[in-house]
Design a binder for this molecule. Structure first.
Ligand code: DLL
Length: 434
């Protein structure tokens, strides 16, 4: 296997990509209008008919779809095929409200797994690799998606699921895993556990990791790369669009190529819905181009990103999205200031701290408070009160420079912040504003 999983499409010219998108969007809109009453109503309300969509540019005429619509239509209201044609569901890990349930025909599964296979090959994967998948299996899309992608590449697949770190390490060492797939926070935990057992980065056979499902910073990437002795690639996706593999990083590591033959991306102003030009930060909106069971037109992800069409040295031509800079609904507003957890992570890692932290937001006497618990390594740990107080002050200063407001920092003893095996819980908001 070469550098690409599907070279022709991954390196297609802009004209070829637009041609494919033009053809597919006409069919996809007709499919949705004919089969999904919920979206047909939205189109009718907006006065848009399938005939109005002749090219991909006409997509702007279509109404948006939001998570609230998904809740409204739960569970079958957005189904685009007969239930008897579906072979699988997957669902979100959300703990509040109704979960998102996505449906798949066999065709949808195949396309999804191909997207994941592209990501694995972009990370250097071949049929000679041993791919250890420790994303959760089951309803979560991470495990099944990467598992299917790994099969398509022909790699030996270790369907580990998350957790049981002892067993992860045993299999990693005994079966000589070469590619690790999990959340970045779990990768950091695995690196920490390996070091504790006395393993050096060069003792494992890993060469690459494919990490996603939660935000992670460049600083976190460097820490993981150093800790495991690998190159760490980002992968993005959401249950609504099928799962991981909507976009993935190549060796250039300057953003994730969106699989544009299956998903059309737009960036909009989250307040006005206006489409923004490439290069501007806004909310990412996806339109599926060839899904059968769960086709979504102009789905608002809430993820804030930038698109770039700069030529990529890897030869792939598909548009790139930046790492999500946060979610429009995850952004904390503290005393009127917008704060993203990723900014805090950047400061911590730049200042030489671990990525083990937790942000606690509260409201006391009508004023927002922000406390950040930061775990120290055994080397950093000191029982001299003055020393700790000085370090906390310095970190508070660095945070104030980055965020514009001053949080209270608490340095904690090693191993006091709970490790995550899936998506890390970084923020505890006790303000009960919702
Ligand atoms: O997290 C799918 C996935 C699994 C992606 C494995 C990558 C790897 P959901 O649980 O529906 O699906 O959560 C989707 O997670 O809207 C983003 O906010 C966030 N997210 C996913 N990938 C990334 C990433 C899966 N690479 C939500 N960087 C999305 C930052 C990410 N955030």
């Amino acid at each position: 296997m070469g550098k690409y999983f599907q070279e022709e499409i991954e390196t297609a010219s802009r004209e070829e990509i637009v041609k494919i998108q033009n053809e597919k969007i006409v069919k996809q809109v007709k499919h949705v209008y004919d089969n999904v009453a919920y979206y047909r109503d939205l189109m009718d309300k907006k006065g848009v008919k399938p005939e109005d969509i002749k090219t991909i540019d006409d997509i702007k005429k279509l109404p948006f779809l939001t998570k609230a619509d998904l809740r409204d239509a739960y569970p079958y209201g957005l189904l685009g095929t007969d239930l008897k044609d579906c072979v699988r569901i997957q669902s979100t890990s959300g703990t509040t409200g109704k979960r998102v349930v996505a449906f798949y025909t066999q065709h949808d599964i195949d396309l999804w797994e191909e997207c994941c296979a592209r990501a694995i090959v972009a990370a250097g994967g071949t049929n000679e690799d041993v791919v250890q998948v420790c994303y959760g299996y089951g309803l979560f899309t991470g495990g099944p998606g990467l598992n299917g992608g790994s099969h398509k590449v022909g790699s030996l697949t270790l369907p580990m699921s998350s957790g049981n770190t002892e067993r992860q390490i045993q299999f990693m060492m005994d079966l000589e895993s070469t590619i690790l797939c999990c959340t970045p926070s779990y990768a950091a935990f695995i690196a920490e556990s390996l070091a504790e057992k006395g393993y050096k980065p060069e003792d494992n056979k890993l060469k690459a990791g494919i990490f996603g499902a939660e935000p992670w910073t460049e600083e976190m990437r460097q820490a993981i790369e150093k800790g495991l002795g690998i190159k760490a690639y980002d992968i993005y996706g959401l249950t609504e669009t099928s799962g991981p593999g909507v976009s993935f990083e190549c060796e250039e590591q300057t953003g994730m190529h969106i699989n544009e033959d299956h998903f059309y991306a737009e960036i909009i102003d989250p307040d006005t819905g206006e489409v923004l030009p490439d290069g501007e930060v806004g909310e990412l909106v996806f339109t599926s181009l060839d899904k059968e069971a769960f086709p979504l037109l102009r789905y608002r992800t809430r993820d804030l990103c930038v698109l770039s069409r700069k030529k990529c040295s890897c030869g792939r031509t598909h548009v790139k999205m930046s790492k999500p800079k946060g979610r429009s609904d995850d952004m904390l507003i503290i005393r009127g200031v917008n704060v993203f957890p990723s900014q805090i992570e950047t400061v911590l890692l730049n200042e030489g701290y671990t990525p083990n932290y937790q942000i606690i937001v509260d409201r006391k006497n009508n004023t927002d408070t922000m406390d950040i618990n930061v775990e120290l390594t055994p080397e950093q740990f000191s029982d001299k009160v003055a020393e700790v107080a000085d370090k906390e002050k310095a970190l508070e200063g660095a945070m104030r420079t980055m965020l514009g407001i001053g949080p209270k920092v608490h340095l904690c003893a090693p191993k006091t912040i709970v490790r995550s095996e899936g998506k890390a819980v970084r923020v505890i908001d006790n303000r009960k504003l919702h």
